[in-house]
Design a protein around this ligand. Structure first.
Ligand SMILES: [Zn+2]
Length: 215
């Protein structure tokens, strides 16, 4: 009955990919509001130093609902869920921004080929949900297969030199403290590679904000 009413009204029932209940949502049909509400910041984290990065903060562990949502956004192209995720981390990220007062905010971009495949850059979309102004500074110049199966050294090798700064920003980043956003912190190789590139062109300090940390 419900299903029929819904199809008449143009809405559809969805099954939550975490708890399995059926729910209604006009924007996204992957995760029910209850499960989304379970995503909360985890702290404190014990800190590992990341090369070239002067400070960073992580929202939560890469597990449970948070990991599930990130996977849906990345591998199922769930664009509205990316924005919802941004809204969830908003307060936590804003607190870090207030503490660190960056001059510019940016994100780790997808390779253009991936962007073309997926239709949107999830990190950029998540930042839209956070609602902070961010600059499109970086280009990923090297296409690499997912790094998940690689060890620490191999990862570092794959991402070295993988990023460039867009021409129009080369003269802008000098002396700036730049906050870069990325989804998952694993070994930190990607973040360090981004930071090294920005510092080599005169940026003063690079800090990072990650959604989740894989341990
Ligand atoms: Zn659920």
């Amino acid at each position: 009955m419900l299903g029929r009413l819904l199809s008449l009204s143009g809405l559809s029932e969805s099954r939550c990919s975490i708890c399995g209940i059926e729910f209604l949502d006009e924007d996204q049909d992957y995760i029910c509001p209850d499960c989304l509400g379970d995503i909360r910041p985890f702290r404190p984290f014990e800190h590992t130093r990341l090369e070239w990065i002067s400070s960073y903060r992580v929202f939560g562990r890469y597990e449970g609902a948070l990991a599930e949502v990130i996977k849906l956004v990345k591998f199922k192209s769930a664009k509205p869920l990316a924005k919802a995720l941004g809204e969830i981390v908003k307060e936590h990220m804003e607190e870090y921004i207030k503490e660190t007062q960056p001059d510019m905010i940016s994100w780790v971009p997808l390779h253009p080929f991936r962007l073309w495949n997926r239709g949107f850059d999830h990190n950029r979309e998540i930042l839209k949900g956070v609602g902070v102004g961010a600059e499109d500074i970086l280009i990923r110049v090297r296409y690499s297969r997912p790094l998940a199966s690689l060890g620490r050294k191999e990862r570092a090798k794959r991402v070295r030199g993988a990023f460039r700064i867009k021409k129009e920003f080369i003269d802008v980043i000098g002396g700036k403290r730049i906050l870069v956003f990325d989804d998952v912190l694993t070994t930190g190789a990607t973040a360090s590679s981004v930071a090294e590139e920005l510092l080599s062109l005169g940026a003063e300090e690079i800090i990072f904000y990650f959604l989740a940390r894989e341990e």
